[in-house]
Design a protein around this ligand. Structure first.
Ligand SMILES: C[S@@+](CC[C@H](N)C(=O)[O-])C[C@H]1O[C@@H](n2cnc3c(N)ncnc32)[C@H](O)[C@@H]1O
Length: 274
């Protein structure tokens, strides 16, 4: 039995091709890193890095950057992008955010995880590992989608959940990382006092050169959670219902024109001082 079969978390992200979506998030990734004072002499860990939307801008600013992701195809894509950009201060490796065994304590000045570590299965372990690998005086910055939020990604996850069979018992929803109480509890259990945890709402904007219906096709064909929902809806004869619900959502959230897509999505930005 391969690891892909026994690890559904990894299988979910290797199923599609997140690079297709990542390409629509580059501006926001770059803008976020511009606010974090990343520069030469810093060691940065990008956790759940995908193909490097925030890792590349960090490396371009001169930091030594390690991107860790559970999906082998995305690690390979990150390595390719770093090579093409000529960034020899940027490395990628496969790993699980909830168990960073080969990374030593206090190794990083900054741990960034935009919509990455939130998807790891054991949130308390994940918080503990993020804190462990951050040096005293360093920072963790996480971006997490918010349950019940009316903007794009939270709504996609909510709609898709309604078409997907219930998760196994004991499964903790990734989107619970978007609740401040949960964030405080998880980092609190990792030894961080409430005064060192700040949560605020922030925005990521998706930009796609085509109509919102075509952008929806990218989610449908390449984003693991949406692909799973369409597979399940197919089996139940509900594919058209899911497609119609999502088309309505994408059209109503689009701030671009008829032939272009620009969709802002709200997330919880968590900053932890270690
Ligand atoms: C929504 S994507 C975000 C990727 C990237 N941070 C970005 O902003 O483009 C979620 C990423 O988290 C990764 N991921 C999911 N579970 C993980 C885990 N347990 N450990 C490490 N990475 C994980 C996925 O493979 C995927 O690349």
């Amino acid at each position: 039995m391969t690891d892909t079969i026994i690890n559904p978390n990894r299988a979910l992200w290797e199923k599609g091709d997140f690079t297709r979506l990542a390409a629509t998030m580059r501006d926001s990734g770059d803008a976020l890193i511009a606010t974090l004072d990343v520069g030469p002499g810093m060691d940065v860990l990008d956790l759940g890095c995908g193909d490097g939307t925030t890792a590349l801008p960090s490396a371009r600013r001169g930091a030594r950057v390690l991107g860790v992701d559970i999906a082998s195809n995305l690690v390979a894509a990150g390595i390719r992008r770093a090579r093409e950009a000529g960034l020899d201060n940027l490395h990628f490796q496969q790993g699980d955010a909830s168990s960073l065994d080969d990374l030593s304590d206090g190794r990083f000045d900054l741990v960034v995880s935009m919509f990455g570590a939130m998807f790891a299965p054991r949130p308390f372990d994940t918080a503990r590992e993020m804190v462990r690998v951050t040096r005293s005086g360093g920072r963790i910055v996480m971006g997490n989608w918010i349950p019940g939020d009316p903007t794009l990604v939270a709504r996609i996850l909510q709609i898709c959940a309604a078409y997907t069979p219930p998760p196994p018992e004991g499964f903790v929803s990734p989107i619970s990382w978007g609740l401040e109480d949960q964030v405080n509890e998880r980092f609190g259990a990792a030894g961080i006092g409430r005064e060192n945890i700040a949560c605020e709402r922030a925005t990521y904007t998706f930009r796609y050169a085509g109509p919102s219906s075509a952008f929806l096709s990218v989610f449908r064909d390449y984003y693991g959670p949406t692909m799973n929902a369409f597979d399940a809806a197919d089996k139940d004869g509900r594919r058209d219902d899911l497609q119609a619900e999502l088309e309505k959502l994408f059209a109503s959230e689009n701030r671009g024109g008829a032939d272009s897509t620009e969709i802002p999505a709200t997330y919880l930005k968590v900053t932890v001082r270690v």
